[in-house]
Design a protein around this ligand. Sequence first.
Ligand code: SF4
Length: 495
Amino acid sequence: MIYTILDCYTDEPAGLGVPPYLGTYPRYIAGALLLEKHEVFYITIDDLRYWHYYKNKKRENPQKTDIRTYNLTKNVENIGKILEKTDVLVVNIGVQVPGKYLSAVPGTLKEISPAIRDLGCKKILTGPAALGGTQLEGGKRAEHVPDYFDDVIFDFMHTNNFKNSDKYAIAGTEILKQIPWEVMAEIETMKGCIRKSGCSFCTEPIKNLFQSRDQKPIVEEMKALYKHGARHFRLGKQTCMYTYKNYKTAELKKLFEGIKKNVPRLKTLHIDNANPSFVNGPYGKEMTKIIVEHCTPGNVAAFGVETFDESIVKQNNLNTTPEQTYNAVKIINEIGGKRGPNGMHYFLPGLNLIFGLKGESKKTGEENYYWLKKILDDGLLLRRINIRQVAIYEGTAMAETGLKYYRKNKKYYWKWRDQIRRNIDMPMLKRIVPEGTVMKKVRMEVHDGNHTFGRQFGTYPLIVGINDRLPLLKEYNIMVTKHMLRSVTGEVLNQ
Ligand code: SF4
C-alpha cells in the first residue's frame, strides 16, 4: 500500500519536531510502515500549502522570506500526484507548548481541512493532537478534531513502547532521503514522566507511562541518522535528562560515552528538559559534569519551573520549589558556565514560565520577578526565559480549571512580561554574549527587508540579526555588536 505521512510538525513539553528539528513521530511511523514493505512518502505542511494554497507557485516576496513554504521536501513538485495515488494519509500534528519559530509555521487542523477533507484515501490523525489536542496560541482551548478522519490514534503503528519503536527508529531514518534541509534530529531517551501524578497543564503523563530507552538502540539510531547525513542531535524527547534510567549516574554516563564512541564526528549534541529538583538532588552535580563533558557548547537545560509562587506550585502539583530552582541554576552555572569554542557557554539553564495556571494572582507576578531578579543580581546566567500563556488540553487537570485565571489576570500579563524582558532578559543577554563576542557558524535562515536572521544549530539557539541581506543557508562567524530584547545584532567576520 502507499502511505503518505503529512508532517504538520509537533511541539510538546517533551519533544520538538518543527523544522529544522525533525521529530520522532514521522520517523518511527515511516520505519514501521517500511518494515511492513509499504511505500512511504514524507511530505510537510509546507508542501501541502505550496500545492493547495499556492497552486505550485512559490510566492515571490523579495522583501521577506515566506516561512509558510520554507520546508519543502524533495516531493514538493509531485504533491498532487502523490496524494492521488495514496491509500492512507497519516497526518502528524500537535503543538502543545506553542512557541515562535524562526523558519516554520506548524499546520493547524483548520488549515489542512480544505486541502485533505475530500481526498479519496483513508485519513488517520496521529501525533500529540490525537491525545490532548493541538493549539498554536496560548490562552485558548485545543482545536476541535474534524469528523472526516477515519481514525484518530495517538499510538498509530504501536510505537509507544521501546520494544517496537527501537526497531522502527532505525528503519525510519530512511525518510531523510526525502528531506533536503539540514536537520537537527530529535532523539528519544525516555517516554513519560517520572512523577506519578503530573503537573496540572502537562500532557506528558497522559500520553506515556514512564520508561527509559536502552543506550544501545539510542546509539544505533544516531549512527543510522548520521549515515543518512544528520550531524546535529538533540536528546530532547524526554521529560528530564537527569531521570534517565531512574536517576542513575552510571547509566547516564554509559549513554553519553556510547554516543561519543560511536558517533564521534557529530557537530551538535544537546539536551532539552531537566527537572530542577533532580539537578539539585544527590546526583545532580555529577550528572551535570557528564553532560558538560560529552555535549557540544551552547547546550541548555530547560527547566519547567512554570512559576516561583509557592502557592501555585502546590495548587498545580508542579515539580520544583523556588529554592530548588535557584540552587539548580547555580549548579549548572558552576559546572557549565564556561565559554566554549563556538562562542557560547558549554551548558546553561533556561527557564519556562506559564501564565494562567490555577490559583494565579497579582502576587504570582511579584514572586516570579523577585526570584528572577535574585538570579540576575547574584551574577548567575540564564540562557533564556520562555514565557507562555496556558493553553488547555483535554485530559489534563487544567482542563477542569479552564481559562478562569488566565481571564482574571490577563490584564497583568503585558506588564509582567515586559518587566522580565527589559529588566532581566536584556542584562542577562548582555552578560551571556557581551559586545565583541564572536559566535561561530551562525547559519542564516530568513530575510526581512534588508536584514538577515540566523542561528547556530542547537537546542535553544540565540537569534542573530545582520543589517544586510546575506545568502541564506550559509554559515558565518559573527561578532555581536548590539543587544535586542531576546536576540542580538552582529557583524559578519568571514564572507
Ligand atoms: S515534571 Fe511536570 S511538566 Fe515535566 S513532564 Fe512531568 S508532568 Fe510534565
